[in-house]
Design a protein around this ligand. Structure first.
Ligand SMILES: Nc1ncnc2c1ncn2[C@@H]1O[C@H](COP(=O)(O)OP(=O)(O)O)[C@@H](O)[C@H]1O
Ligand SMILES: N[C@@H](CC(=O)OP(=O)(O)O)C(=O)O
Length: 458
């Protein structure tokens, strides 16, 4: 069986972390194909190399010297190479990159991609694996969409040529060879793509926590970990802010039926989380699998007399959002009102123009904007057809004095989404965590599990 392993920024942040990776790779010969992110934070106060490279671009754009910044980045790579006694001439290579960047020879995307590139160069020498440049094998179309067919051919050819390789994550190139970046955190997507292209038996995503946790550990103290979770639940939780895995990383492995494991580079002995289509029969099933959320949403409320009898109002409004390229999160509706919920960052530059266009389209409507909304998703594959959960959820939030500004539920009853004030976000997550995830009744009964086709033997 082939295992594709992706090591995130925290796992490649120093020579000490590189050594842990070598131990992990050498302990299992199925681990032949490695994807790495750029060196990340060594501790909470540190800065990711990728963030520094974005900052380099900002300096270059405004003609401010970036020598100190580049020096800072170079010293991180040089320290790793020095501590591991690597022969790769990182100081010269990085120096040449720095000079050419200053002369304006590179695109901003190329500059940011060098975090992954140099990290992978060092890792390939350290592991004794070939280096395969993502620019040569991960292909985007001119419009920025991903070209899976060409990428599959190129990655399979690379695997035929090299028994083992290290590939930098997060970037690829278009048909002209210009570097294209993925979204932030996109190294997870590269790993999933390589796993799919090579028909891997497992995609291992190594990070700094022992698996997918039932809540963000930066919000809830010591949350429980999840041993098994379905792709759909994972997608919900990661989309809603559980940032351990990029939400788009699910699709390539899900399509190919490849299970995904989230594992801890600092504690490789821990079981971690397995994500697959089905959870195994015989395991104890929770009702609520986890809770996640994000701040910074806005709701554009549209109110109009007799709206309930009119046809096409929502469509006409949504056409305007489409025109501005704004993705819509939710559309809660009332009788003569509805709201369009979007993320604040998506309308930063166009909110007022967009609202003016809605007003032009619907001259008699009252339009208002509600700000600072946090959305929280409570997710569980065993919630469907189970009366009482949302009642309890809203009751718990109400008792804690948290005002609910919006409620939504997906058609599969996999999640309950509620909107609260940004200021109440952390408290609301903790209330839901304690009342549901951490509660002793968060286990489905034997009768119910059997009725759902599972068993309770574990
Ligand atoms: N539900 C969750 N489970 C685990 N980690 C989470 C969750 N929500 C947020 N996180 C955060 O995700 C971090 C790991 O993701 P990331 O920083 O991208 O790691 P890496 O450097 O390995 O790519 C964890 O340290 C944790 O703080
Ligand atoms: N280095 C890129 C891509 C990535 O996946 O990083 P990480 O594995 O540290 O989340 C970023 O910071 O966005």
């Amino acid at each position: 069986m082939i295992k594709v392993t992706k090591f995130g920024g925290s796992s490649v942040s120093s020579a000490v972390q590189f050594k842990k990776i070598k131990g992990i790779i050498e302990s299992d010969e199925a681990r032949k194909f490695v994807v790495v992110s750029a060196a990340g934070k060594r501790d909470k106060t540190d800065t990711k190399v990728t963030d520094l490279l974005y900052l380099v671009n900002a300096h270059l754009q405004y003609h401010v010297s970036c020598d100190d910044l580049m020096g800072n980045i170079a010293s991180r790579f040089i320290e790793i190479a020095h501590d591991l006694e690597l022969a790769y001439p990182i100081a010269q290579e990085f120096g040449a990159f720095h000079e050419r960047a200053k002369r304006g020879e590179f695109t901003p995307e190329y500059i940011v991609s060098r975090g992954e590139y140099f990290t992978a160069k060092l890792m390939s020498e350290y592991l004794g694996f070939a280096f395969v440049d993502a620019a040569d094998v991960v292909r985007f179309n001119y419009d920025g969409s991903f070209d899976m067919d060409t990428t599959t051919e190129l990655i399979q050819a690379a695997a035929r040529e090299h028994a083992c390789f290290v590939l930098p994550g997060f970037y690829g190139s278009d048909p002209d060879g210009e570097i294209r970046l993925m979204e932030r955190g996109g190294g997870d997507i590269t790993g999933a793509i390589v796993a799919k292209c090579l028909g891997a038996g497992l995609y291992e995503n190594w990070t700094d926590v022992s698996g997918f946790l039932t809540a963000d550990p930066r919000i809830v103290d010591n949350p429980k970990s999840i041993s098994r979770i379905t792709y759909a639940e994972m997608r919900e939780l990661s989309y809603m802010g559980a940032s351990v895995l990029h939400e788009e990383a699910i699709f390539p492995v899900k399509d190919a039926g490849i299970p995904l494991a989230i594992l801890n580079t600092n504690r490789p002995q821990d079981a971690g989380t397995i994500i697959s289509e089905e959870t195994e029969p015989g395991t104890v099933e929770p009702i609520i699998t986890g809770v996640a959320g994000k701040k910074g949403f806005k709701a554009i409320h549209v109110k109009m007399n007799h709206m309930s009898n009119m046809v096409g109002i929502v469509r006409r409004t949504l056409t305007i959002f489409e025109r501005y390229g704004v993705s819509v999160e939710h559309i809660p509706t009332g009788i003569d009102t509805f709201a369009v919920v979007v993320h604040g960052s998506d309308v930063r530059d166009c909110l007022y123009k967009l609202v003016a266009d809605i007003q032009l389209e619907l001259p008699t409507a009252d339009i208002s904007i509600a700000d600072h909304i946090a959305l929280i998703s409570t997710v569980g594959r065993n919630m469907s057809n189970r009366p009482g959960i949302s009642g309890r959820l809203f009751g718990e939030l109400g008792r804690a004095g948290i005002n609910i500004r919006m409620i939504a539920q997906g058609s599969e009853e996999l999640d309950i989404i509620c909107g609260v004030n940004d200021d109440d976000f952390e408290r609301a997550i903790n209330v839901i965590y304690k009342a549901f995830v951490d509660s002793e009744d968060n286990i489905i009964t034997i009768d119910e599990l059997e009725a759902r086709g599972g068993s309770f033997d574990a």
